[in-house]
Design a binder for this molecule. Structure first.
Ligand SMILES: [Zn+2]
Length: 278
């Protein structure tokens, strides 16, 4: 322990000095206490413990019990290709009717939750209301849902926005989710490989065929990026899988550039009862 320096002069008026010292100490202690209180208040303001979906107060982080009970996480058993949940377990590797009737361009798709009311609220808030605070939780749920995909993946590719839309919205929600998944898994995010080469109207309200037409030729791997795509395994990251038109268009662009495989990981997917063609 360091020695205290010995004063060279005798201390004048030691009694007053002690008294002052004690008073200052009390003032300092009071300030600290007030400071701690203020810091705690500031922390409460900075990190409100509100439900991510409805903003009701909650104990801890995440959703309130009411919203939590309405959110349906997707867990096995599900279709090995599409990740659509099965009502019963048909055994490992079994495909859904949808996957057999219309096999997707991508290899496998996985989703954290079904696209229902609460999921829709979270997706909408992240996309349009600047609720970037939702990305860490949503991304962690996605990382759990995508466990099977990570072993062979070389990179995560967020579905790109056209620069015009990215400019208007300021950030890409899929890139925000990909960044969280990258932190959890250690798999790099690549944002330069796939480009949205033409802006596409919103998919909302379009039929399945219209959605496919809408995004046809909208994505491309540009010539100078082809070498970085060839032979590699990718996971496309998006917030929602509806008809799959966007993810299919992205997948085809990557496969045309000789990607080895493309899997898809989304936050929420629409799960519809299968209606076979008549
Ligand atoms: Zn809630």
């Amino acid at each position: 322990m360091a020695m205290q320096p010995v004063p060279t002069q005798p201390l004048p008026l030691p009694r007053i000095r002690v008294h002052l010292h004690a008073t200052l100490r009390n003032v300092w202690a009071a300030c600290c206490k007030a400071g701690q209180h203020t810091a705690r208040l500031a922390l409460d303001v900075a990190l409100p413990t509100q439900c991510l979906a409805c903003r009701e107060p909650v104990a801890g982080e995440g959703l309130c019990p009411a919203c939590w009970s309405k959110l349906s996480f997707i867990a096995p058993p599900y279709c090995a290709r599409l990740g659509i949940p099965f009502v019963y377990d048909p055994g490992p590797g079994v495909l859904s009717m949808e996957a057999i009737a219309a096999p997707p361009a991508y290899h496998r798709a996985r989703a954290a939750v079904r696209y229902d009311e609460v999921a829709k609220t979270l997706v909408h808030a992240l996309k349009y209301e600047d609720r970037t605070d939702l990305a860490p939780t949503m991304g962690r749920w996605m990382a759990r849902a995508g466990t099977e995909l990570f072993a062979e993946a070389d990179a995560l590719i967020p579905v790109p926005l056209h620069w015009k839309r990215g400019w208007a919205r300021r950030y890409n929600q899929s890139a925000a989710l990909a960044a969280v998944i990258s932190r959890v898994t250690g798999i790099a995010v690549e944002t330069d490989l796939l480009r949205r080469i033409r802006p596409t109207p919103q998919q909302v309200g379009l039929s399945r065929a219209e959605r496919a037409r809408n995004v046809q030729g909208a994505f491309a791997v540009e010539a100078d990026q082809r070498a970085a795509v060839k032979g590699r395994h990718f996971i496309l990251i998006d917030d929602v899988l509806t008809s799959g038109a966007t993810t299919q268009a992205c997948t085809r662009a990557l496969l045309r550039a000789k990607a080895a495989s493309v899997d898809v990981l989304v936050f929420a997917r629409v799960v519809e009862p299968f209606r076979p063609p008549i």
